[in-house]
Design a protein around this ligand. Structure first.
Ligand code: UDP
Ligand code: MG
Length: 317
């Protein structure tokens, strides 16, 4: 019998985690004749009762596994820890807030059995704010201009993959993990299915606009060096313009003997070029900063407690 592994990153989800479990188990129980399953929750340094609630669930159901981080490392780290610790033939990544409908699992299995390697959900944009749609549009445009990856707009982390795809994803050992990009970079035969934009069942989202902006910037700089090229091109164009202007001024002085009284134009061009330089340096340092983080080669997360299979391990205790 094939096994389904479900990865659930959870950060401060005490209000919804039990509800998530009930709803998901209901679906998995229905599939029990054909598939076994395991659930692996990654408690991403929650400050509330999430971990305790998970431990209680584990007492009831031995198919529940828990990894608890020493602090909040972010959802990407949670997904990675999940992928590294699953044993199933098929792996599913799901949010804890029931925005990902567990009933989709059956549908995903059907496509996998048809021969697809990955089934990815696309959120339809109903009910999303205008500004958010606009900003996410720009983001996908920039990423899509990169040749080696294709991010479908609205694609979510909610997906099912075969073991082969999982291993391919794990073979990318980068520190700055932008999962959406990595998933698409590894390739394979992907089926996209559309899902409703469900409301969070309880609790609060962890994404402010500021966090989203930084996530977008992270995504772009993880998978594209286009901003560096743009800085180079703009710099070149401005240098050429400046050269033409300089020649013109020299010729005017020589031929007409007239001095150019150009205070305003001087100041403007100095400020303009100064601005362009600062932007370019900013872009450059974003990449240098990333290289710095990569090169330090720190662990991507630190585990404090781990309850997997038969093992109950609490480090340093
Ligand atoms: N999450 C996490 N670590 C974080 C932030 C979020 O593990 O630092 C989890 C969170 O518990 C949830 C999933 O990632 O299961 C998606 O988060 P959220 O619902 O806040 O994002 P949204 O659905 O609003 O994009
Ligand atoms: Mg959510």
């Amino acid at each position: 019998m094939k096994k389904i592994s479900i990865i659930v990153p959870a950060y401060n989800e005490e209000e919804v985690i039990e509800m998530f479990y009930d709803k998901t188990i209901e679906v998995l129980k229905k599939l029990e004749n054909e598939y076994t399953y395991e659930l692996i929750f990654i408690d991403d340094g929650s400050k509330d009762e999430t971990l305790n609630k998970l431990k209680n669930l584990r007492k009831r159901d031995s198919k529940i596994n828990i990894i608890s981080f020493s602090r909040n490392f972010g959802k990407e780290a949670g997904i990675l820890a999940g992928l590294q610790n699953t044993t199933g033939d098929f792996t599913v990544i799901m949010d804890a807030d029931l925005q990902n409908d567990p009933n989709m699992i059956k549908k995903m299995l059907n496509y996998i059995n048809e021969g697809y390697d990955t089934v990815t959900t696309i959120r339809n944009k109903k009910g999303e704010s205008k500004i958010k749609s606009f900003l996410s549009n720009i983001f996908y445009k920039i990423i899509d201009s990169e040749k080696n990856i294709e991010l479908k707009q609205g694609s979510q982390d909610f997906r099912m993959m075969t073991k082969q795809v999982k291993d391919a994803i794990l073979s990318l050992n980068e520190y700055n993990r932008f999962s959406k990009g990595i998933f698409s970079w590894v390739g394979f035969k992907v089926k996209y299915i559309e899902t409703e934009n469900h409301k969070r069942a309880a609790g609060k989202t962890k994404w402010s606009y500021k966090a989203l902006m930084s996530y977008a910037l992270d995504g772009i700089t993880s998978f594209s060096v286009k901003p560096l090229k743009i800085a180079t091109i703009v710099g070149t164009i401005i240098s050429i313009l400046a050269l033409i202007l300089a020649i013109e001024i020299v010729l005017q002085t020589i031929i007409q003997g007239k001095e150019v009284p150009g205070y305003a134009s001087t100041i403007i061009s100095v400020l303009f070029i100064g601005g362009i330089q600062l932007i370019s340096i900013g872009i450059l340092s974003t990449y240098v900063g990333k290289i710095y983080l990569e090169i330090k080669n720190r662990p991507k997360y630190i585990i404090k407690e781990k309850y997997i299979g038969e093992n109950n391990e609490r480090d340093n205790k």
